[in-house]
Write a protein that binds this ligand. Sequence first.
Ligand code: ZN
Length: 209
Amino acid sequence: MNGIGKLYFRYGTMGSAKTALLLTQAYNFEERGMQYLCMKPIIDDREKENVIRSRIGIERRCEWIYRDTDIYEMVKRLYEETLQVKDWILIDEAQFLSRQQVDQLARVVDDFGTHVVCYGLRTDFQSKSFEGSQRLFELADSIDEIKSTCSCGRKTIINARIDSEGNIVTDGNQVEIGGDDKYVALCRRCWRNRRIESAKRNAINFDKD
Ligand SMILES: [Zn+2]
């Protein structure tokens, strides 16, 4: 039992290469012979392979975190079975963790000295906090932003949901599983302009009906 571990939250918008950074970190640990573990909350049951994969083509095996998983108990059991405490745990899609699961990760840090790095989104398509991200902002030892750039050159802030016609979607569930909607990372100003354009276009279509 030692107290050297830290809880990290590294947040960014969609397309900010969070997953690629996570996998690069994993690769660096392997090169230095450090023990680590990857985890990911699973929100889509149709997902078959437990891997974290980035668009640049690298992937690593991961443990799935279900909505009712007690992460502290899961990690404790694993450490007991393998007689080994991991140096690092890397978590992708950390916005989908529950508040309790973030608390459990904080206990993993404090009881076992494991560094836990959570990669995730700050907010949803309505610019509201995700539960997991909010708790990470409240508890993390270290918080840093992974910046990316909007097509206009400003920093992206918003993960806008767009429909098949390219209109900004403002209503709906926080997580759409299996839907056709896509996402685009925008700066705050472009988000506003695109919403105004979408509203105008919808009004014109409404007149035609
Ligand atoms: Zn912009």
